[in-house]
Ligand binder design. Sequence first.
Ligand code: HEC
Ligand code: HEC
Ligand code: HEC
Ligand code: HEC
Length: 325
Amino acid sequence: MKHQGKFSLAKHFFLMAVALLGAWLIFPSISMAQPFFKGAKLCEECHEAETKIWKKTKHYTSFRTVHREPKSADKPSPKKILAAVGGQKRMKRNETCYLCHYTLEQKGADTKPAAKSGTSCESCHGASSDWLALHDNYGGKDVKREQETSDHKMKRVADSQAAGLIWPSMQFEVAENCMTCHGLAHPDLKADDLAKMLGAGHPINPNFELVKYSQGSVRHRHYAPDIKTNAEMTPQELARLYVIGQAAALVSATEAISKSGEAKYKEAQNKRVEIAKSTLSKVSEAAGLLTAPTRENALNFVKSIAGKDLTGVIGSMLPAKTDYK
Ligand code: HEC
Ligand code: HEC
Ligand code: HEC
Ligand code: HEC
């Protein structure tokens, strides 16, 4: 009797597990909370050099300045933009402004998020709650970088990526992420709020270009074997990055055009499409992307130019170092 009871209990648990697994397969989000931002202080513990560089960028410094009213009347007024959008009256708390201007940090999944810094590490590399512990684990506490097996490395990279890490080597994904903010194309930004922001003088810059914006104050490139050096890109790397930026701009702007009927917005997005098309038309590998500017075609395009030297066609378009932001 006792034996049978145990058996049916086990069977019961087994069936429950099967049912739960079934539910998870159909609704995988049930058990997985939304990833959240842990904050740049944590990254600093291991990434000192990158943090030092970030602290000199506008992403960092604007935390203390952007909400202040400018002295000059031609500059955008945060007060006017806030008033137009409505909701919370302080930029740091406003649910529209914090999408791009701040990092809403959380200690844990259940703690209240608060804006603790401007645009930061995780704004570009992805909210880290799910990937932090995976990304630097070479296969156990005692395993050093040099000892990691190549299978483990592949799995580590893939698992962290699945958990939301945008690896620096994923240049298209990095670029498309810049666009969500710099192209005013954030998926959580409501079309209504966008129109109100622009109406109240919020800037939109159709000339955001990836080389110019990523190789100046923002650049941090400390790679093996010379990890102490913040290396500059070679002309070949710059040329590829330039067209990758245009591919990301093309896809983002094409999608964004339908997001709002606001005239200023449409004009800026059309301008971005025009700039991107005229650049990409010089690169034969981009033919498919130009015909159908989808994300999938952009990713294929980026694959097709891997390792290629495009300086012959793109070299003259690269911005001068003195123009880097
Ligand atoms: C406990 C130490 C530690 C912490 C904390 C940490 N990292 Fe890392 N991170 C590492 C190590 C070690 C590597 C190198 C992994 C490798 O060899 O591929 C790494 C790699 C990376 C890379 C990829 C670098 C490359 O070469 O491709 C990025 C991006 C990154 N970390 C971002 C962050 C961010 C953002 C945070 C904060 C949310 C953070 N890390 C917190 C230790 C850490
Ligand atoms: C979709 C992303 C996004 C959202 C949402 C957003 N901004 Fe911005 N904002 C930007 C970007 C990007 C810039 C820099 C534009 C440029 O100069 O290229 C900027 C610039 C500004 C500036 C000018 C700063 C300066 O240094 O001149 C002000 C002021 C501003 N935003 C206020 C606001 C307010 C207030 C809200 C909320 C109602 C808001 N923004 C929401 C992305 C955003
Ligand atoms: C504006 C977006 C942006 C921000 C903010 C940012 N990164 Fe990066 N990060 C990048 C890009 C782009 C690369 C790729 C550089 C390359 O390979 O050309 C990169 C590369 C890296 C790398 C590998 C290269 C290196 O220097 O080690 C690490 C590690 C890293 N970032 C960590 C951080 C940390 C930590 C912070 C915050 C203190 C941070 N990043 C902030 C965009 C950003
Ligand atoms: C989460 C939103 C967000 C992301 C992602 C983001 N930025 Fe920004 N960035 C901003 C905002 C907002 C400003 C304007 C800050 C201000 O003016 O006060 C800005 C400003 C800048 C500036 C300073 C521009 C100037 O005129 O001085 C540079 C350079 C820049 N971003 C580069 C990049 C690059 C390159 C990427 C991607 C690798 C990137 N940003 C990703 C929000 C973002």
